[in-house]
Write a protein that binds this ligand. Structure first.
Ligand SMILES: *[C@@H]1O[C@H](CO)[C@@H](O)[C@H](O)[C@H]1NC(C)=O
Ligand SMILES: *[C@@H]1O[C@H](CO)[C@@H](O)[C@H](O)[C@H]1NC(C)=O
Ligand SMILES: *[C@@H]1O[C@H](CO)[C@@H](O)[C@H](O)[C@H]1NC(C)=O
Ligand SMILES: *[C@@H]1O[C@H](CO)[C@@H](O)[C@H](O)[C@H]1NC(C)=O
Ligand SMILES: *[C@@H]1O[C@H](CO)[C@@H](O)[C@H](O)[C@H]1NC(C)=O
Ligand SMILES: *[C@@H]1O[C@H](CO)[C@@H](O)[C@H](O)[C@H]1NC(C)=O
Ligand SMILES: *[C@@H]1O[C@H](CO)[C@@H](O)[C@H](O)[C@H]1NC(C)=O
Length: 436
């Protein structure tokens, strides 16, 4: 395993704050594109974070540490996702899926459904115990970051019939991750990292992606009970851990292109907001997402005085359709920079906004990125009769196979996307590690 795509050390901007899309392109070397010189950087490399004045000192001896304050809207969120830990993703940990000897196991749902629960639980426990350890939190802190975003599936939230009038069965999902989450929250807080706890999988699946736990259709809003049940999950989370997290994200990437979800998502954000406030008061930040509808779809939404301390989460990848894959390296940077023109005005007159997921990938070559047993658009193994862009050699996996030019580009693409996040209220990279 290796920490993915974080090989370019750290990134403290010489001049954080708002930049224009044009400055973003220039800073990222879009105009005068240097090659073969990965050491050249316009950034100050730092091994210690810029001071927020509020970060606690690490104190490994403390137990059960609570979250400390962070000045949202003033200080910049700089973070990384802990993907593939409490919500399995085949591309992040292929071996967990390969070790089942069952090619029909493609997500966490089928992981629980298609093998004995003893076998599944013991594999999951081994994973929860080892995939991320306290050393990772120390490394994340040492890298100068101030937040971790932790994806969690609803099936890991240990509700009883006292917590919900709906079923508390999560079958065939395997529960048991909750104590590991609690441990993670302590490690984060003890090591001076703020936590964004992100509900990444909801009953029925909010997007049909394997990373929601259940690959296939987005049935979350097709069932009368899924949404109120999800609100019960949010109430439980808020009641149990709001002292230990700084931000609760109500739901990751609901599929706004599905009409039932498009209809349901606005009311869900409002009800979820109220649910958190009723459970815990106003201390914790509440995060919503644009549901792939664009931030402009959420003008004047959950704004004061109706709501406070709400953050918008915007995600950006440029690898899941052919039009984006065909962009040149420079065009990818240009494409990213243009989001400054939409995100900055929104963040100024609406909600604090972050880029809560993005990466430096420009291909979909990583094995099973599109799902277990699914190929890549890049090399034509995803579908026939579509454009192809080359083979996948040298684009993914061990970076010892990357050319110097590619590494230079990856750094520049990183810098451009950091510029975007620094121009609003922050950024969180996807993801801390993958197993190659
Ligand atoms: C954490 O916060 C809770 C609720 O305010 C409080 O009861 C508890 O003592 C705090 N724990 C620590 C270690 O400060
Ligand atoms: C998968 O097959 C290997 C090799 O036959 C075997 O050692 C292993 O126990 C099998 N795993 C499971 C979960 O059945
Ligand atoms: C279950 O329903 C009853 C009756 O409507 C209500 O009083 C109670 O608050 C509900 N419980 C939960 C956990 O929502
Ligand atoms: C909704 O989903 C729950 C849990 O999966 C199931 O028990 C229930 O029958 C479903 N209800 C409808 C109306 O489909
Ligand atoms: C840069 O992006 C903008 C906005 O998408 C586009 O109009 C412009 O043509 C792009 N420029 C280049 C050189 O790709
Ligand atoms: C992959 O493409 C490169 C560049 O076109 C070529 O040199 C290499 O031989 C190809 N590798 C394979 C395994 O086809
Ligand atoms: C990456 O490749 C280098 C050079 O071939 C090798 O030493 C290293 O072990 C590889 N790393 C992984 C994680 O496979």
């Amino acid at each position: 395993m290796l920490p993915t795509l974080l090989p370019f050390v750290l990134l403290f901007l010489t001049s954080p704050g708002h930049v224009s899309a044009q400055q973003c392109r220039l800073k990222a070397g879009f105009q005068a594109y240097p090659t073969g010189n990965p050491a050249q950087t316009p950034f100050t490399v730092s091994s210690s974070p810029t001071s927020t004045g509020t970060s606690p000192q690490p104190s490994a001896s403390a137990s059960s540490a609570n979250a400390t304050a962070f000045s949202y809207g003033t200080d910049i969120i700089r973070g990384v996702n802990l993907g593939g830990w409490f919500v399995l993703e085949p591309w992040i940990t292929p071996s967990i899926f390969e070790n089942t000897n069952n090619t029909n196991i493609v997500d966490e749902y089928t992981f629980g459904q298609m093998q004995s629960s003893d076998v599944a639980l013991s594999a999951l426990k081994a994973h929860w115990e080892t995939w991320i350890t306290e050393d990772d939190f120390k490394d994340i802190k040492a890298a100068g970051l101030n937040h971790v975003r932790i994806p969690l599936g609803f099936w890991s939230v240990p509700m009883t019939s006292a917590d919900s009038n709906y079923t508390t069965s999560v079958s065939p999902f395997i529960s048991g991750a909750w104590p590991y989450l609690l441990q993670a929250l302590d490690w984060a807080n003890e090591n001076g990292l703020h936590v964004l706890l992100d509900l990444h999988g909801a009953p029925g699946s909010q997007n049909g992606f394997d990373n929601s736990g259940e690959r296939g259709s987005a049935n979350w809003a097709n069932n009368d009970t899924n949404i109120p049940r999800t609100l019960d999950v949010i109430r439980y989370i808020a009641g149990q851990v709001s002292e230990k997290v700084n931000i609760i994200e109500l739901l990751n990437e609901p599929a706004g292109w599905v009409s039932s979800i498009d209809t349901a998502i606005g009311p869900y954000w409002q009800d979820g907001y109220s649910t958190v406030r009723e459970a815990t008061g106003t201390g914790v930040q509440v995060m919503i997402g644009d549901a792939f509808l664009g931030v402009q779809n959420w003008e004047n939404f959950l704004m004061p005085p109706a709501a406070e301390n709400v953050i918008m989460d915007y995600h950006q990848y440029q690898i899941f359709n052919y039009d984006q894959l065909e962009l040149s390296e420079a065009q990818h940077i240009n494409y990213s920079c243009q989001f400054i023109d939409s995100l900055v005005p929104y963040a100024k007159s609406n909600l604090n906004t972050i880029t809560g997921e993005w990466s430096t990938a420009i291909t979909d070559c990583a094995k099973w990125l599109n799902g277990r047993n699914v190929g890549a658009r890049w090399d034509g193994t995803f579908a026939s009769g579509e454009p192809t862009f080359g083979n996948c050699t040298g684009w993914t996996g061990n970076m010892s196979t990357f050319s110097d030019d590619y590494k230079t580009f990856l750094r520049q693409y990183w810098e451009a996307q950091v510029q975007i996040g620094e121009s609003i209220q922050g950024w969180i990279y996807w993801t801390w590690k993958v197993r190659v």
